[in-house]
Write a protein that binds this ligand. Sequence first.
Ligand code: PLP
Length: 468
Amino acid sequence: MTNPEIQNRLRLLPGVDQLLRTEPIVALLAEHPRHLVLNAIRQVLEETRAAILAGSEDESNPAELLRLCAERVDQLSQYTLQPVINATGIVVHTNLGRSLLPRPALERLDRIGRGYNNLEYDVRQGRRGSRYVHAEDILREITGAEAALVVNNNAAAVLLVLGTIAPGLEVIVSRGQMVEIGGAFRIPDVMAASGAVLREVGCTNRTHLRDYEAAINERTAMLLKVHCSNYRIVGFTAEVSLKDLVALGRGRGLPVMEDLGSGCFVDLSPFGLYREPTVRETVQTGVDVVTFSGDKLLGGPQAGIILGSRDIVQRCKKNPLTRALRVDKMTLAALEATLRLYRDQREALNQVPTLRMISVPLETLRARAENLSARLARLEPRGVCTFAIEESVSQVGGGSLPAQDLPTWVVAVRSSQWSAARLEAALRRRKPPLIGRIEADRLLMDVRTLADEDPPLIEAAFAALLTA
Ligand SMILES: *Cc1c(COP(=O)(O)O)cnc(C)c1O
């Protein structure tokens, strides 16, 4: 396009005031706040101007501009945090909000959020109390720990313990446990932020007790074991057991800490996963402090849980940093309700969605996939897509149980006209967005992570797509 043509197109663009007087915008103003409609108009005009200046030949007639304004108003008035359909099969999906809350936790959120409560009020004594008492009793009960403290997340828990026990002092960690969790949690960085000094020992694949022993000196404050949450070291390997580390710590008068990452309360080996020590078993080794997340395998709200000796937990509580990492009443309400379910393991397996999705029998998954596929097959006469079930694998996710696949059933969507990438993008932009995964130019929908109400929504999404 020549310069005069561009200038001409720019001159022909209506102004904000002109658009405000049009009938479609007047209709939008009747339903939405004025500033929101104005923002939408300004954004659309600005983007159109930029596109014309860049030489775009796209339509910029008034009808098209008004359509774009209405679309933008719709976008601007949406919640940014909104539900999605998780068809990835990844149960603890950090990008999709990690754990779904158990029903009793949701009820508790509603009950506590609606009114006043004794968050920091000691009802018996009639004076200021501590927010930290609320989850502590139940945590001690179900884990056997001497004391407990809940903070914002596990990263905060690790930071707080290191900053309390080892500021300016050395903490010994195996080279095989220099973990990076997604979202920039790296052991060396958290260590640096806490003021503790990292003392790496051993090799990536092998670390021995003598490596820890040799590294202990007068500046050593603690021995730390970190759960390899999202990777496995296989082959010629050696790792010191927590039991041996605890014995070494006892002998040398040093506390031992384990960052468990996920912190599972139930043995998941009956469901085809590796046997990992439960939180209670970890506490039983005599380890001085353990930390883990509230929203990974525990299946509760985001939180970081610190279990440990009375002395260490007390020192953590007194650290001024605790005030900056503290949890609110909503977290405590949901966490207490979730933890209470673990008084009875069957209850937890039935009511905690994260555990329910991990333990669901394969034949149930197959039946679910068959139902979804049959529902979608009704759309096949419209051409374009075919739906078939097949076996696949899901992952627990959330850096919980690495390299452990759970057999599952998926509905595979093939299209004669669209690439899987295009199909995936179109479904992702629906309301609610449908998130699946692509494999060999097919879109796979894993039924493990679908909610009961999802199949009709998925059918509606495909029906709209195949009509368009
Ligand atoms: C997940 C994880 C963390 C971080 O926990 P958040 O609750 O996400 O802060 C820290 N350490 C390990 C070993 C983990 O697996």
